[in-house]
Design a binder for this molecule. Structure first.
Ligand SMILES: NC(=O)c1ccc[n+]([C@@H]2O[C@H](COP(=O)([O-])OP(=O)(O)OC[C@H]3O[C@@H](n4cnc5c(N)ncnc54)[C@H](O)[C@@H]3O)[C@@H](O)[C@H]2O)c1
Length: 354
């Protein structure tokens, strides 16, 4: 099968163009693909302890074949490590291995590794190139596309960061085979989100193959379609002034639930699934969501995947929203669906949501 390609063209202060390449087994070619873009002679692979063990060897081999000097920085896996200490570790390895402005960082892992490597690349010597090799479904369809990088601080998630686009994204669907099932399902939640927001046909693909006939599910096609959908939004609204806000569908309530449950109890995608159902129900209540059938449809799709669709019993949603309220203004932008493929952002009063 051929490599699937999604071109991303961002008109910004500095125009940014890059490709997303998708193919089962493409990791073996990583060296050749990276060599074409590398201006210097060194790369630092940033990965975590789980992904590094599984896939770093393959990439190192492929890079060394091209005479690229490779060093590896291994971070501890998990959201709890997406912090300034992790960034210090990356800077330490960049300095120890003498990476110059012409050299490159390669992010190999999920969204945590991608966000941290991107931030280190944005700030090392005022910005060097980096390449994303995402290995979770969420990272393939969401975090590796769009140029947002960053870390968490004690005061909140993703509060420190920068916009810094990769020079290339390499997606090898073979790496998703080792992904724990729960992580895979959490990634599916973002795919359903993209489908509900922008593409009813993609929703049908999920219903007809993933839900009912898994053998027919064409992972590479779904990855490509999602990258196209997300990159289209990023291209028209890189700095999240308007359309990019649509991508926050399900996130307002999802975020509150995630916060109050404590990070790691519910995966992000699970919280977003609950948040999407809330947003549809709320939209119906306010008369914004005109097609009431989408509620049942979305519930079926998400629960068939194995995602939660209602708030866990031990979570008091009102309290969760009240807690979050302290952190935001009284009126917030809330993403509703008028219908499938018709998102709309409305300002709503948090007290009304409560
Ligand atoms: N930059 C953005 O636009 C953006 C968008 C969405 C989410 N994010 C960020 O992404 C992060 C979440 O990313 P995530 O869900 O990928 O989590 P993650 O990076 O923590 O990965 C989840 C777990 O899966 C393991 N893993 C990764 N790939 C694997 C594989 N192929 N096989 C086996 N195990 C594997 C990791 O070691 C980790 O333990 C959050 O920090 C979030 O803020 C960023």
């Amino acid at each position: 099968m051929q490599i699937k390609k999604v071109k991303v063209k961002i008109k910004n202060k500095n125009d940014i163009d890059y490709n997303i390449l998708i193919k089962h087994g493409i990791l073996n070619k990583a060296g050749k693909l990276i060599k074409k873009l590398l201006k210097g002679e060194r790369v630092l692979i940033v990965t975590d302890d789980i992904v590094g063990r599984l896939y770093a060897g393959k990439i190192i081999k492929s890079l060394e074949k091209e005479n690229i000097i490779v060093s590896v920085c291994i971070l501890r896996n998990g959201e709890a490590n997406k912090n300034i200490e992790g960034i210090s570790n990356i800077y330490f390895d960049l300095a120890q291995n003498e990476l110059s402005r012409k050299d490159m960082i390669i992010a190999l892992g999920g969204g945590v590794v991608g966000d941290m490597s991107g931030y280190a690349a944005a700030t090392w010597m005022r910005g060097i190139d980096f390449i994303q090799i995402p290995t979770t479904l969420l990272a393939c369809v969401d975090s590796s596309v769009g140029g947002k990088t960053g870390i968490n601080i004690r005061e909140g998630k993703n509060l420190v960061g920068a916009f810094h686009s990769p020079k290339l994204v390499i997606i090898d669907s073979e790496t998703l085979i080792s992904l724990p099932e729960r992580e895979f399902k959490a990634g599916m939640s973002e795919i359903v989100k993209h489908a509900l927001l922008f593409d009813e046909k993609l929703l049908e693909v999920i219903e007809n193959s993933y839900n009912n006939n898994k053998e027919k599910f064409d992972m590479d096609f779904v990855l490509q379609r999602n990258c196209e959908l997300k990159s289209h939004i990023v291209q028209i609204d890189y700095k999240e002034k308007k359309e990019r806000m649509f991508l926050n569908f399900g996130h307002t309530i999802g975020h509150s639930i995630e916060n109050v449950a404590g990070y790691g109890v519910l995966l992000h995608g699970e919280a977003v699934a609950i948040g999407m159902i809330f947003a549809i129900e709320y939209g119906i209540k306010l008369g914004i969501t005109k097609n009431k059938n989408i509620l049942e449809r979305a519930k079926n799709i998400l629960s068939n995947i194995g995602l939660p669709i209602s708030v866990p019993e031990n979570i008091n949603l009102k309290e969760a929203i009240k807690l979050d309220k302290k952190r935001s203004a009284e009126k917030i932008n809330f993403v509703f669906l008028e219908d499938i493929g018709k998102p709309i952002v409305e300002k709503v009063d948090i007290n009304n949501i409560i």
